[in-house]
Design a protein around this ligand. Structure first.
Ligand SMILES: *[C@@H]1O[C@H](CO)[C@@H](O)[C@H](O)[C@H]1NC(C)=O
Ligand SMILES: *[C@@H]1O[C@H](CO)[C@@H](O)[C@H](O)[C@H]1NC(C)=O
Ligand SMILES: *[C@@H]1O[C@H](CO)[C@@H](O)[C@H](O)[C@H]1NC(C)=O
Ligand SMILES: *[C@@H]1O[C@H](CO)[C@@H](O)[C@H](O)[C@H]1NC(C)=O
Ligand SMILES: *[C@@H]1O[C@H](CO)[C@@H](O)[C@H](O)[C@H]1NC(C)=O
Ligand SMILES: *[C@@H]1O[C@H](CO)[C@@H](O)[C@H](O)[C@H]1NC(C)=O
Ligand SMILES: *[C@@H]1O[C@H](CO)[C@@H](O)[C@H](O)[C@H]1NC(C)=O
Length: 365
């Protein structure tokens, strides 16, 4: 049922100024600041069992306050830009129109297709990533072809410069609300060319993965989405927030459970299934909620919480020394084997190379 914003208009006027002061309008996967209250309550330094982890997540979710709907932009803020729904429909009709240059599709033998979501200008960072966690000299599954990677980027300034062979160049301008569209194009391209295996989505700016370990933890024929799974949260109805979602695009009071945006793994067969529901929904700026929450829920694709493997939340933020960082960042099993395969840099403010070194040869003591 839709909430009539007129009917509640006066309430909004009354309540909004109060909420404006007390409500931090952040979502878990997109914001570092969001997690700061957790720092006060829960500092997780040690390897932990999943129940602790869930408790932490729930603690965190309590921070999200309901935010009322406003029709007019609040003075002093720029209303958030939303994904272009016309463009969204056009992509669903024919995604190939929006591909400037496609790389060679993955081999049928490949079991893990890695999509590194990136911005077209970031060639330096792409080089760094290719030299670290995607380096065939460092990763066995990249070397033997059981994992294959692609960078997904937007429209370059100079359309002549499409020379990187591992990049899928889309025709989408690189603004935040378009992220969901850029990913949509890549996902449609993938399901057209490959029927089975897993698609691992990684936020290339922030997140580092140990593919060798990860591919031993998630079976190639797993049919659930694997990720750090968040409990339902309320849509952000603050028109000034970059994560603002208007009622006309999503009217329910809460989102379904969804996977943290920095990294999630979707079985390609299930990806195809959930994309088949896309035309019945509006594209949401919160791409993680959209694909792994709204569409996965509609398509009845199951999700599996592997929060210790996908450590894309921040158990303890900035660690002063390398040693403290190394101890805090990873989860270990009882037999002192490292469990964590994916880490987000924003939690630790560490260099990509340092995160990779830890994921590669860090030890549990
Ligand atoms: C890029 O997208 C626009 C629509 O937004 C389309 O008209 C144009 O043909 C596309 N260009 C290429 C090269 O695909
Ligand atoms: C896939 O693997 C089979 C054997 O396992 C091999 O014969 C074939 O050449 C491989 N195909 C590609 C495209 O690598
Ligand atoms: C890429 O960088 C150039 C300047 O180096 C800038 O003018 C352009 O807007 C950037 N493009 C994107 C898509 O960020
Ligand atoms: C892998 O190692 C070889 C030999 O040492 C080297 O020539 C090559 O550049 C390395 N590849 C990468 C991506 O670092
Ligand atoms: C590549 O290596 C992984 C890890 O050892 C192994 O599980 C997989 O079967 C190998 N794939 C191929 C195609 O050799
Ligand atoms: C989309 O919505 C229409 C009309 O409500 C319905 O008939 C159709 O089955 C829906 N498609 C999917 C894939 O849910
Ligand atoms: C991991 O190995 C690299 C060399 O590949 C080394 O420079 C680094 O210090 C090692 N890191 C740890 C945490 O052992």
């Amino acid at each position: 049922m839709r909430i009539s914003s007129q009917k509640y208009g006066f309430l909004v006027l009354l309540i909004f100024p109060i909420l404006w002061f007390i409500a931090p309008c952040h979502r878990p996967s997109l914001s570092v600041k969001y997690l700061s209250p957790q720092k006060k309550t829960h500092g997780i330094h040690k390897p932990q069992v999943m129940s602790t982890m869930r408790a932490t997540v729930q603690q965190t979710l309590k921070v999200v306050k309901p935010i009322m709907v406003t029709k007019k932009p609040i003075t002093g803020c720029k209303p958030a830009e939303l994904p272009d729904q016309d463009l969204y429909r056009k992509i669903l009709q024919d995604h190939e129109k929006f591909i400037l240059k496609a790389p060679k599709p993955p081999s049928p033998n490949t079991t893990f297709v890695v999509f590194v979501i990136h911005s077209v200008n970031n060639t330096k960072v792409r080089k760094e990533i290719r030299e670290t966690w995607l380096n065939p000299n460092e990763s066995k599954v990249i070397r033997n072809g059981s994992a294959q990677y692609y960078f997904i980027v937007g429209k370059p300034r100079n359309p002549e410069n499409l020379f990187e062979s591992d990049v899928l160049y889309t025709n989408i301008s690189e603004i935040y609300p378009n992220l969901v569209l850029k990913e949509l194009i890549a996902y449609l391209w993938l399901v057209k060319h490959k029927k089975n295996g897993q698609m691992l989505k990684i936020d290339g700016k922030d997140t580092v993965a140990n593919l060798d370990r990860l591919s031993s933890q998630v079976k190639w024929n797993e049919q659930k989405i694997s990720c750090l799974l968040w409990d339902p949260v309320q849509p952000n109805r603050n028109i000034c927030s970059p994560w603002y979602v208007p009622l006309k695009h999503y009217y329910k009071p809460v989102y379904p459970r969804y996977c943290g945006g920095p990294a999630y793994m979707i079985p390609i067969r299930q990806l195809k299934k959930l994309l088949s529901h896309a035309s019945n929904h509006s594209a949401l700026v919160v791409e993680d909620v959209f694909f792994t929450g709204v569409l996965a829920f509609k398509a009845r694709v199951k999700r599996k919480n592997l929060g210790e493997i996908f450590r894309t939340y921040c158990p303890q933020r900035k660690a002063k020394t390398l040693k403290i960082f190394q101890r805090r960042a990873i989860a270990c099993s009882k037999s002192k084997k490292m469990v964590t395969s994916v880490l987000s840099r924003h939690c630790y403010n560490r260099k990509r190379k340092e995160i990779w070194d830890l994921l590669k040869n860090g030890t549990c003591t």
